[in-house]
Write a protein that binds this ligand. Structure first.
Ligand code: GZL
Ligand code: ZN
Length: 374
């Protein structure tokens, strides 16, 4: 049994499918649970999952059962969300609004912190003042959390860190639910090595938001594998802030400095890839499976996978935004006073354009795209 199949069997045995809300482009005002079922299977790559994590639990029925507050009283949850910078973020926000709905027995205080650290700390302090029951934080940056987490702890409010990671002692928060972005970076580089098969790579990287663990992880993971390939050169690496405008701007400046010298562009999320494609098109630079430039992207959102299916993006490494169901199960366990996992890893996989077969990624098909929930 090949490694990928083995890991799929392992993950299937361990994890159940996640309940997923359907993503939408606009910031949803109110939402109804339009849940579809996605199975998050892990793609195998060279590193181990971090210690003491469990695969995301909760198949559709479990999540539906858990998709409801069984304590008999309304639970007040604060969610300090990164912002609205990307399609990934929109899908993540909608998922939280679907799961922590009034119908499900919750009162969700949702704050879109617009990628602003100060606003995010203020939002958390606001949750503490309102004496909410639980605080969930998707941290914009890894740094600067100790003081406010101590304040939440002193106020006796459990805190769940979600999506991204923070640089703080894990005694300062009660649980973590998210993805392993270093593994995502490693998967992307492992795929590139397989695809290039020894050929040279002159690589440009459009990084995510400065100081975000997703940026740090993808960069660290990719660079760790890149260091094993003397035939690769990373020409430049700049932040596109996880936005389409940022991706376009950085790609335009890269073209000015490196036109004709690069054959790989790594975009640390789909929205940056859309911007990079616009910039390359405007400069008559071809990309994708039939082009001169290989594009690697992250997130595997709906439009990102459409571009992958179309061959415009060669490889797209998923980062699963559908995490609210797992966060809810942690909150329900806390409310019931029962055990819960301190860290829960939401599994990802990777996808490649039709015509590409890979040990590290699944070849895209119409059916896969049709079956995706975001
Ligand atoms: C990843 C998440 C990142 C996505 C981006 O876990 O934090 O933030 O990759 C999003 O699309 O903006
Ligand atoms: Zn090599």
């Amino acid at each position: 049994m090949n490694k990928k199949l083995l890991s799929l069997v392992l993950v299937a045995a361990l994890a159940m499918s996640l309940l997923a809300g359907c993503g939408s482009k606009e910031e949803p005002k109110t939402t109804t649970a339009a849940a579809a079922d996605t199975t998050a299977a892990a793609a195998d790559n060279e590193t181990e999952a971090p210690a003491d994590t469990t695969a995301a639990a909760g198949d559709e029925t479990t999540a539906a059962a858990a998709g409801g507050n069984t304590t008999g009283e309304t639970i007040r949850v604060g969610y300090a969300q990164v912002g609205h910078e990307s399609d990934w973020r929109t899908a993540n926000t909608k998922n939280y609004q679907d799961v922590f709905s009034a119908d499900n027995g919750y009162e969700l205080s949702f704050v879109d912190c617009d990628n602003d650290n100060a606003a995010q700390l203020e939002a958390v302090r606001g949750f503490i003042q309102q004496e909410l029951d639980y605080i969930v934080i998707a941290p914009i940056e890894t740094a600067g959390w100790d003081t406010v987490l101590q304040e939440a702890q002193d106020a006796g409010i459990p805190v769940i860190i979600a999506d991204r990671e923070i640089d703080a002692p894990d005694t300062l928060y009660d649980a973590w639910v998210g993805t392993n972005t270093k593994n995502e970076g490693i998967t992307a580089a492992n795929w590139l090595a397989e695809y290039l098969d020894g050929k040279e790579a002159n690589i440009l990287v459009i990084e995510g938001s400065v100081g975000a663990s997703a940026t740090l992880g993808r960069t660290e993971g990719f660079n760790e594998v890149a260091a094993e390939h003397s035939e690769w050169k990373i020409l430049d690496s700049q932040s596109g802030d996880f936005t389409q405008a940022g991706g376009q701007e950085v790609m335009e400046s890269f073209i000015k400095s490196y036109e004709g010298q690069f054959n790989v562009v790594v975009c640390q999320n789909d929205n940056e890839a859309y911007g990079a494609m616009d910039a390359m098109k405007a400069a008559n630079i071809t990309y994708g499976v039939d082009g001169d430039v290989i594009i690697i992207s992250f997130d595997a959102t709906h439009d990102g996978l459409q571009y992958t299916l179309d061959g415009a993006i060669n490889c797209n490494v998923e980062c699963n935004p559908i995490q609210a169901g797992v966060v809810e199960e942690v909150i329900q366990a806390m409310a019931a006073g029962s055990d819960y996992e301190k860290t829960t890893l939401v599994n990802d996989e990777a996808f490649v354009a039709p015509g590409i077969t890979s040990e590290y990624a699944t070849t895209m098909t119409e059916d896969i795209l049709a079956g995706r929930a975001y």
